[in-house]
Design a protein around this ligand. Structure first.
Ligand code: IPM
Ligand code: MG
Length: 372
Protein backbone atom coordinates (compact mmCIF):
# COMPACT_ATOMS: atom_id res chain seq x y z
CA UNK A 1 0.00 0.00 0.00
CA UNK A 2 1.34 3.40 -0.92
CA UNK A 3 -0.14 6.39 0.86
CA UNK A 4 -0.43 9.60 -1.04
CA UNK A 5 -1.27 12.96 0.50
CA UNK A 6 -3.15 15.13 -1.98
CA UNK A 7 -3.15 18.93 -1.70
CA UNK A 8 -5.37 20.28 -4.50
CA UNK A 9 -4.72 23.86 -3.38
CA UNK A 10 -5.87 27.04 -5.10
CA UNK A 11 -7.17 28.24 -8.45
CA UNK A 12 -6.94 25.58 -11.13
CA UNK A 13 -5.16 23.25 -8.68
CA UNK A 14 -8.27 21.20 -7.77
CA UNK A 15 -9.26 20.81 -11.45
CA UNK A 16 -5.91 19.53 -12.66
CA UNK A 17 -5.43 17.34 -9.59
CA UNK A 18 -8.83 15.72 -10.22
CA UNK A 19 -7.52 14.65 -13.65
CA UNK A 20 -4.24 13.38 -12.22
CA UNK A 21 -6.27 11.37 -9.70
CA UNK A 22 -8.40 9.85 -12.46
CA UNK A 23 -5.29 8.83 -14.33
CA UNK A 24 -3.72 7.37 -11.18
CA UNK A 25 -6.88 5.38 -10.48
CA UNK A 26 -6.83 4.04 -14.03
CA UNK A 27 -3.20 3.00 -13.95
CA UNK A 28 -3.62 1.52 -10.47
CA UNK A 29 -6.47 -0.61 -11.83
CA UNK A 30 -4.45 -1.68 -14.84
CA UNK A 31 -1.29 -2.50 -12.88
CA UNK A 32 -3.00 -3.68 -9.76
CA UNK A 33 -1.40 -1.08 -7.52
CA UNK A 34 -2.65 -0.28 -4.07
CA UNK A 35 -2.67 3.51 -3.82
CA UNK A 36 -4.43 5.18 -0.92
CA UNK A 37 -5.25 8.88 -1.14
CA UNK A 38 -5.97 11.39 1.59
CA UNK A 39 -6.87 14.98 0.76
CA UNK A 40 -5.58 17.98 2.66
CA UNK A 41 -7.54 21.20 2.10
CA UNK A 42 -4.56 23.60 2.40
CA UNK A 43 -4.71 26.84 0.45
CA UNK A 44 -6.58 30.13 0.34
CA UNK A 45 -10.13 29.02 1.17
CA UNK A 46 -8.95 26.93 4.08
CA UNK A 47 -6.76 29.78 5.32
CA UNK A 48 -9.58 32.34 5.09
CA UNK A 49 -11.95 29.99 6.88
CA UNK A 50 -9.69 28.61 9.59
CA UNK A 51 -6.62 30.86 9.75
CA UNK A 52 -4.42 27.81 9.23
CA UNK A 53 -1.62 28.29 6.72
CA UNK A 54 0.11 25.02 7.57
CA UNK A 55 -0.01 23.72 11.11
CA UNK A 56 2.52 21.46 12.76
CA UNK A 57 -0.23 18.89 13.14
CA UNK A 58 -0.87 18.86 9.38
CA UNK A 59 2.88 18.57 8.76
CA UNK A 60 2.96 15.63 11.11
CA UNK A 61 0.16 13.91 9.19
CA UNK A 62 1.79 14.65 5.86
CA UNK A 63 5.05 13.18 7.10
CA UNK A 64 3.35 9.77 7.35
CA UNK A 65 2.74 9.72 3.59
CA UNK A 66 4.89 8.01 0.98
CA UNK A 67 4.49 10.94 -1.40
CA UNK A 68 2.55 14.16 -1.84
CA UNK A 69 0.73 15.48 -4.88
CA UNK A 70 0.06 19.21 -5.01
CA UNK A 71 -2.01 21.35 -7.37
CA UNK A 72 -1.08 25.00 -6.94
CA UNK A 73 -0.76 27.67 -4.24
CA UNK A 74 -1.67 31.34 -4.51
CA UNK A 75 -4.92 33.30 -4.59
CA UNK A 76 -5.70 36.99 -5.16
CA UNK A 77 -7.69 37.10 -1.90
CA UNK A 78 -4.51 36.45 0.08
CA UNK A 79 -1.45 38.70 0.12
CA UNK A 80 1.29 37.32 -2.17
CA UNK A 81 3.82 35.26 -0.27
CA UNK A 82 1.65 34.01 2.57
CA UNK A 83 0.59 30.76 0.90
CA UNK A 84 3.56 30.44 -1.46
CA UNK A 85 6.04 30.75 1.37
CA UNK A 86 3.81 29.44 4.14
CA UNK A 87 2.74 26.26 2.41
CA UNK A 88 4.76 25.49 -0.72
CA UNK A 89 8.22 26.59 0.40
CA UNK A 90 7.61 25.42 3.96
CA UNK A 91 6.80 21.93 2.66
CA UNK A 92 9.87 21.89 0.42
CA UNK A 93 12.11 22.98 3.28
CA UNK A 94 10.46 20.94 6.02
CA UNK A 95 10.75 17.71 4.05
CA UNK A 96 14.20 18.77 2.81
CA UNK A 97 13.14 18.22 -0.80
CA UNK A 98 16.43 19.52 -2.10
CA UNK A 99 15.98 18.42 -5.70
CA UNK A 100 13.49 20.13 -7.95
CA UNK A 101 13.37 17.85 -10.96
CA UNK A 102 11.72 19.48 -13.97
CA UNK A 103 12.03 17.45 -17.15
CA UNK A 104 11.66 19.57 -20.27
CA UNK A 105 10.45 17.49 -23.17
CA UNK A 106 8.66 18.75 -26.23
CA UNK A 107 6.21 16.01 -27.17
CA UNK A 108 5.05 15.26 -30.65
CA UNK A 109 1.82 17.06 -31.47
CA UNK A 110 2.52 19.97 -29.14
CA UNK A 111 3.12 23.30 -30.87
CA UNK A 112 6.50 24.80 -30.00
CA UNK A 113 7.20 28.53 -30.01
CA UNK A 114 10.53 27.83 -31.71
CA UNK A 115 11.51 27.38 -35.34
CA UNK A 116 10.61 23.96 -36.64
CA UNK A 117 14.29 23.03 -37.04
CA UNK A 118 14.96 23.50 -33.33
CA UNK A 119 15.87 19.84 -32.89
CA UNK A 120 14.85 17.49 -30.15
CA UNK A 121 14.05 19.23 -26.91
CA UNK A 122 14.47 16.68 -24.16
CA UNK A 123 16.43 17.66 -21.12
CA UNK A 124 16.56 17.01 -17.42
CA UNK A 125 16.40 20.27 -15.54
CA UNK A 126 17.58 19.97 -11.97
CA UNK A 127 16.99 22.93 -9.73
CA UNK A 128 18.39 23.15 -6.22
CA UNK A 129 15.34 23.59 -4.03
CA UNK A 130 16.28 24.62 -0.49
CA UNK A 131 18.95 27.34 -0.56
CA UNK A 132 20.26 30.32 -2.56
CA UNK A 133 18.04 33.42 -2.51
CA UNK A 134 15.09 31.33 -1.37
CA UNK A 135 16.33 31.05 2.21
CA UNK A 136 14.09 33.95 3.15
CA UNK A 137 16.72 36.05 4.90
CA UNK A 138 16.48 39.76 4.46
CA UNK A 139 15.37 43.00 5.94
CA UNK A 140 14.78 46.69 5.47
CA UNK A 141 16.57 49.34 7.45
CA UNK A 142 16.31 53.12 7.70
CA UNK A 143 19.09 55.69 7.81
CA UNK A 144 21.44 55.33 10.76
CA UNK A 145 22.46 52.35 12.80
CA UNK A 146 20.51 49.12 12.88
CA UNK A 147 20.93 45.52 13.82
CA UNK A 148 19.00 42.63 12.36
CA UNK A 149 19.18 39.08 13.62
CA UNK A 150 18.39 36.39 11.11
CA UNK A 151 18.15 32.68 11.59
CA UNK A 152 18.44 30.07 8.89
CA UNK A 153 17.12 26.78 10.21
CA UNK A 154 17.24 23.70 8.09
CA UNK A 155 16.84 20.04 8.89
CA UNK A 156 20.56 19.45 8.76
CA UNK A 157 22.01 22.75 9.97
CA UNK A 158 21.38 26.14 11.48
CA UNK A 159 23.10 29.47 10.73
CA UNK A 160 22.54 32.64 12.73
CA UNK A 161 23.28 36.00 11.12
CA UNK A 162 23.85 39.24 12.96
CA UNK A 163 23.56 41.97 10.41
CA UNK A 164 24.70 45.36 11.65
CA UNK A 165 24.15 48.16 9.16
CA UNK A 166 25.22 51.76 9.32
CA UNK A 167 23.33 53.54 6.57
CA UNK A 168 24.51 56.98 5.57
CA UNK A 169 23.07 59.48 3.08
CA UNK A 170 20.16 57.30 2.06
CA UNK A 171 16.71 57.01 3.63
CA UNK A 172 16.11 53.29 3.37
CA UNK A 173 17.86 50.11 2.28
CA UNK A 174 16.51 46.63 1.65
CA UNK A 175 18.71 43.56 1.55
CA UNK A 176 18.25 39.89 0.81
CA UNK A 177 20.81 37.23 1.61
CA UNK A 178 21.43 34.22 -0.56
CA UNK A 179 23.11 31.29 1.13
CA UNK A 180 24.66 28.13 -0.26
CA UNK A 181 26.30 25.55 1.97
CA UNK A 182 28.95 23.14 0.79
CA UNK A 183 26.72 20.24 1.76
CA UNK A 184 23.78 21.83 -0.07
CA UNK A 185 25.76 22.35 -3.27
CA UNK A 186 27.39 18.93 -3.09
CA UNK A 187 24.20 16.94 -2.64
CA UNK A 188 22.43 18.54 -5.61
CA UNK A 189 25.52 17.92 -7.75
CA UNK A 190 25.59 14.33 -6.57
CA UNK A 191 21.97 13.85 -7.55
CA UNK A 192 22.52 15.43 -10.97
CA UNK A 193 25.79 13.70 -11.83
CA UNK A 194 24.51 10.33 -10.62
CA UNK A 195 21.48 10.68 -12.83
CA UNK A 196 23.67 11.81 -15.74
CA UNK A 197 25.88 8.78 -15.23
CA UNK A 198 22.99 6.34 -15.13
CA UNK A 199 21.38 7.87 -18.23
CA UNK A 200 24.67 8.26 -20.10
CA UNK A 201 24.33 12.03 -20.33
CA UNK A 202 27.42 14.22 -20.86
CA UNK A 203 28.23 16.97 -20.23
CA UNK A 204 26.16 18.26 -17.34
CA UNK A 205 25.65 22.00 -17.74
CA UNK A 206 26.17 23.77 -14.41
CA UNK A 207 24.52 27.18 -14.27
CA UNK A 208 25.60 30.12 -12.14
CA UNK A 209 26.67 33.74 -12.19
CA UNK A 210 30.09 33.16 -10.70
CA UNK A 211 31.54 36.19 -12.46
CA UNK A 212 29.46 38.49 -10.28
CA UNK A 213 28.15 36.55 -7.27
CA UNK A 214 31.60 35.14 -6.67
CA UNK A 215 31.14 33.73 -3.17
CA UNK A 216 27.80 31.98 -3.42
CA UNK A 217 28.54 30.53 -6.83
CA UNK A 218 32.20 29.96 -6.03
CA UNK A 219 31.23 27.23 -3.58
CA UNK A 220 28.67 25.98 -6.12
CA UNK A 221 31.42 25.57 -8.74
CA UNK A 222 33.77 23.85 -6.32
CA UNK A 223 31.09 21.29 -5.55
CA UNK A 224 30.49 20.72 -9.26
CA UNK A 225 34.25 20.25 -9.90
CA UNK A 226 34.53 17.80 -7.06
CA UNK A 227 31.51 15.66 -7.87
CA UNK A 228 32.14 15.67 -11.62
CA UNK A 229 35.69 14.44 -11.00
CA UNK A 230 34.67 11.85 -8.44
CA UNK A 231 31.93 10.35 -10.62
CA UNK A 232 33.87 10.71 -13.84
CA UNK A 233 31.12 12.63 -15.67
CA UNK A 234 32.06 15.69 -17.73
CA UNK A 235 30.61 19.09 -16.94
CA UNK A 236 30.56 22.56 -18.39
CA UNK A 237 30.03 25.84 -16.58
CA UNK A 238 27.73 28.41 -18.11
CA UNK A 239 26.49 31.74 -16.88
CA UNK A 240 22.76 32.02 -16.46
CA UNK A 241 22.35 34.79 -19.03
CA UNK A 242 24.11 32.72 -21.68
CA UNK A 243 21.99 29.67 -20.81
CA UNK A 244 18.82 31.72 -21.35
CA UNK A 245 20.08 32.67 -24.80
CA UNK A 246 21.13 29.14 -25.76
CA UNK A 247 17.91 27.59 -24.45
CA UNK A 248 16.06 29.60 -27.07
CA UNK A 249 18.58 29.40 -29.90
CA UNK A 250 19.85 25.85 -29.57
CA UNK A 251 17.81 24.05 -26.91
CA UNK A 252 18.79 20.64 -28.25
CA UNK A 253 22.38 21.17 -27.12
CA UNK A 254 21.33 20.69 -23.48
CA UNK A 255 20.68 17.26 -21.99
CA UNK A 256 21.01 18.12 -18.33
CA UNK A 257 21.10 21.46 -16.59
CA UNK A 258 21.71 21.91 -12.89
CA UNK A 259 20.92 25.34 -11.48
CA UNK A 260 20.71 27.16 -8.16
CA UNK A 261 17.25 27.83 -6.81
CA UNK A 262 16.48 31.30 -8.17
CA UNK A 263 18.00 30.89 -11.62
CA UNK A 264 16.38 27.47 -11.75
CA UNK A 265 13.01 29.04 -11.04
CA UNK A 266 13.39 31.45 -13.95
CA UNK A 267 14.93 29.05 -16.44
CA UNK A 268 12.34 26.34 -15.80
CA UNK A 269 9.58 28.72 -16.87
CA UNK A 270 11.59 29.21 -20.04
CA UNK A 271 11.90 25.44 -20.25
CA UNK A 272 8.13 25.14 -19.86
CA UNK A 273 7.66 27.55 -22.76
CA UNK A 274 9.93 25.35 -24.89
CA UNK A 275 7.79 22.32 -24.18
CA UNK A 276 4.63 24.03 -25.33
CA UNK A 277 3.72 26.11 -22.31
CA UNK A 278 3.39 25.94 -18.55
CA UNK A 279 0.44 23.59 -18.90
CA UNK A 280 2.70 20.77 -20.07
CA UNK A 281 5.46 21.05 -17.47
CA UNK A 282 5.70 18.58 -14.57
CA UNK A 283 7.94 18.72 -11.52
CA UNK A 284 9.04 16.75 -8.53
CA UNK A 285 10.31 18.19 -5.25
CA UNK A 286 12.45 15.28 -4.25
CA UNK A 287 14.12 14.12 -1.09
CA UNK A 288 15.65 10.81 -2.17
CA UNK A 289 15.36 9.44 1.37
CA UNK A 290 12.26 11.25 2.57
CA UNK A 291 8.81 12.45 1.56
CA UNK A 292 8.78 13.89 -1.97
CA UNK A 293 6.13 16.15 -3.45
CA UNK A 294 4.98 16.37 -7.05
CA UNK A 295 3.32 19.38 -8.68
CA UNK A 296 2.81 20.92 -12.08
CA UNK A 297 5.16 23.86 -12.72
CA UNK A 298 2.25 26.20 -13.42
CA UNK A 299 0.66 28.24 -10.69
CA UNK A 300 -2.95 28.64 -9.62
CA UNK A 301 -4.01 30.73 -12.68
CA UNK A 302 -7.01 32.29 -10.86
CA UNK A 303 -8.23 33.99 -14.04
CA UNK A 304 -9.20 30.68 -15.63
CA UNK A 305 -10.06 28.74 -12.48
CA UNK A 306 -13.31 26.80 -12.44
CA UNK A 307 -13.88 27.12 -16.18
CA UNK A 308 -12.52 23.78 -17.34
CA UNK A 309 -9.86 25.57 -19.38
CA UNK A 310 -6.72 24.46 -17.55
CA UNK A 311 -4.36 22.01 -19.19
CA UNK A 312 -4.04 18.99 -16.87
CA UNK A 313 -1.04 17.45 -18.65
CA UNK A 314 1.53 19.05 -16.31
CA UNK A 315 -0.32 17.60 -13.31
CA UNK A 316 -0.73 14.20 -14.98
CA UNK A 317 2.96 14.03 -15.87
CA UNK A 318 3.78 15.05 -12.30
CA UNK A 319 1.76 12.04 -11.15
CA UNK A 320 3.88 9.94 -13.49
CA UNK A 321 7.06 11.31 -11.89
CA UNK A 322 5.53 10.43 -8.53
CA UNK A 323 4.89 6.83 -9.59
CA UNK A 324 8.47 6.55 -10.76
CA UNK A 325 9.80 7.85 -7.46
CA UNK A 326 7.56 5.36 -5.63
CA UNK A 327 9.28 2.59 -7.56
CA UNK A 328 6.34 2.01 -9.93
CA UNK A 329 8.26 2.38 -13.17
CA UNK A 330 5.93 0.45 -15.50
CA UNK A 331 2.91 2.43 -14.26
CA UNK A 332 4.84 5.70 -14.65
CA UNK A 333 5.74 4.71 -18.20
CA UNK A 334 2.09 3.81 -18.96
CA UNK A 335 1.03 7.31 -17.98
CA UNK A 336 3.74 9.02 -19.99
CA UNK A 337 3.01 6.88 -23.03
CA UNK A 338 -0.71 7.55 -22.77
CA UNK A 339 -0.08 11.30 -22.63
CA UNK A 340 2.23 11.04 -25.63
CA UNK A 341 -0.37 9.06 -27.51
CA UNK A 342 -3.13 11.58 -26.86
CA UNK A 343 -0.95 14.53 -27.83
CA UNK A 344 0.43 12.86 -30.94
CA UNK A 345 -3.06 11.96 -32.16
CA UNK A 346 -3.88 15.68 -31.95
CA UNK A 347 -7.61 15.19 -31.45
CA UNK A 348 -7.56 16.69 -27.98
CA UNK A 349 -6.06 20.04 -27.21
CA UNK A 350 -6.80 22.40 -24.35
CA UNK A 351 -7.39 26.14 -24.77
CA UNK A 352 -3.81 27.15 -23.91
CA UNK A 353 -2.70 25.61 -27.21
CA UNK A 354 -5.68 26.77 -29.22
CA UNK A 355 -7.92 23.75 -28.69
CA UNK A 356 -11.41 23.22 -27.36
CA UNK A 357 -10.95 20.17 -25.14
CA UNK A 358 -11.90 20.77 -21.51
CA UNK A 359 -9.70 19.91 -18.56
CA UNK A 360 -11.73 16.83 -17.71
CA UNK A 361 -12.10 15.61 -21.30
CA UNK A 362 -8.32 15.78 -21.59
CA UNK A 363 -8.01 13.60 -18.48
CA UNK A 364 -10.63 11.21 -19.89
CA UNK A 365 -8.64 10.89 -23.12
CA UNK A 366 -5.51 9.88 -21.20
CA UNK A 367 -7.50 7.43 -19.08
CA UNK A 368 -9.01 5.87 -22.22
CA UNK A 369 -5.55 5.15 -23.64
CA UNK A 370 -4.36 3.63 -20.37
CA UNK A 371 -7.36 1.31 -20.10
CA UNK A 372 -7.42 0.37 -23.77
C1 IPM B 1 7.75 27.42 -8.79
C2 IPM B 1 7.02 28.64 -8.31
C3 IPM B 1 7.37 28.86 -6.84
C4 IPM B 1 8.87 29.05 -6.75
C5 IPM B 1 6.62 30.05 -6.17
C6 IPM B 1 5.12 29.88 -6.27
C7 IPM B 1 7.04 30.26 -4.75
O1 IPM B 1 7.33 29.74 -9.10
O2 IPM B 1 7.51 26.33 -8.24
O3 IPM B 1 8.55 27.54 -9.72
O4 IPM B 1 9.37 30.17 -6.92
O5 IPM B 1 9.57 28.06 -6.51
MG1 MG C 1 8.53 29.25 -10.79
Amino acid sequence: MQRIGVIPGDGVGPEVIAEARKVLDAVAEKRNLALEFEEFPLGASHFLKTDEVLSDETLQRLSKKDALLLGAMGDPRVKPGILEKGVLLRLRFHFDQYVNLRPVKLMEGVPSPLRSDAGRIDLQFIRENTEDFYVGLGGRVKKGLSKTELDLKRRTYEAKFDVGIELEDEEELAFQIGAITRHGARRIMEYAFQMAKSKGIEPVTCVDKANVLTDAYGIWREAAEEVSGRLGVKKEFQYVDAVALHMVRTPDRFKMIVAPNLFGDILTDLGAALQGGLGFAPSGNINPSGVSMFEPVHGSAPDIAGKGLANPIGAILSASLMLESLGQKPAAADVERAVQGVLRAGKHRTADVGGKTSTSKMGDAVVAVILK
